[in-house]
Design a protein around this ligand. Sequence first.
Ligand SMILES: Nc1ncnc2c1ncn2[C@@H]1O[C@H](COP(=O)(O)OP(=O)(O)OP(=O)(O)O)[C@@H](O)[C@H]1O
Length: 361
Amino acid sequence: MTAITLEHMAHSYLKTPSRAEDDWALKELDFTFRHGGAYALLGPSGCGKTTLLNIISGLVVPTRGQLKFDGRDVTKASTVDRNIAQVFQFPVVYDTMTVGENLAFPLKNRRLDPASIKRRVGEIAELLDLGRDLDRKARGLTADAKQKISLGRGLVRSDVSAILFDEPLTVIDPHLKWELRSKLKVIHRQLDVTMIYVTHDQTEALTFADTVIVMSDGRVLQAGGAEELFERPAHRFVGNFIGSPGMNFIPCAVDGRTASVAGTMLDLKHGYGPLKGAVELGIRPNYARLGPSGAGIPARVLRIEDLGRIRLARVEVAGRAVAVTVPDDVTPAGDAASVLFDPGRINIYADGRLVTPEREA
Ligand SMILES: Nc1ncnc2c1ncn2[C@@H]1O[C@H](COP(=O)(O)OP(=O)(O)OP(=O)(O)O)[C@@H](O)[C@H]1O
């Protein structure tokens, strides 16, 4: 087990980067991955996930800052020196070896005794449902099966500093994905090793990780568990990115414990001091309801979507497109309606950042 610390870390792919933000693929970052944690780096394409993972693995030396493993500076150390296992997007498997030989390979390299290798290979094969294929040659196996072998090779050693996964389920069939995600979680508990998992898929990140690190444009915007990311997104981007559909953001004015949205006053659960910049109210669709006209903030119904478990209304509030759940007993008549918010679930944002309320009155 190893704690991984990033200190004043920043990276630019340019030879002589200026101070301009655009020159930096990874903006300055301080972060600690604690011993034995399960982390996901989540964000859209180009946000810097792979750059950060490659800095941790040693494929990229950061332009600035230090990387420490348990306090030891490894910024310029090789991947081998860091004692890291990696699983990539596409299978890395020796076709001429059997499944068992592939799984045993990292252990043989470490000169483990044959009995321990056999036991460990058996355990990992069992966990990944590869037990019956141990004597089969890897050649000719499906892409799914080969990627399972890659996962197994990444997981087989229990003495690594960390295991890094770069979009490891991309080639896996959708129904198997769910199963493997859950298995990875089980394996994480068993191994008690630091795991860092790169993905742009929020379901994958939230099922696997205890701490999801949401990135955008080379910055870490928030690192937290599922509940925190859903209930208290630190940034507008996080609110939008997490959840389907994401959090609604509606322009408002806030005065103490009252918010005014399109001329309608709402009581807030908490009080706020004076706010600067563009102020918005953030509310998840499941904490908003559609009501009859006059019951809440005026809204224009654009359409109703039946998602099976719930009905969702797409409405316009204060010029913004907003999604709200529709109770079973409400049948919108025409397009005039209103929306009501659960006051305890309203977040307030100023210039896209979550505002911490003053103490509850
Ligand atoms: N080798 C490189 N040389 C120059 N620029 C690079 C290089 N690798 C990445 N970049 C740039 O750095 C930024 C971050 O890229 P990175 O690959 O880390 O993002 P990502 O979140 O992993 O994206 P994806 O999910 O598409 O892999 C992007 O603007 C990308 O174009």
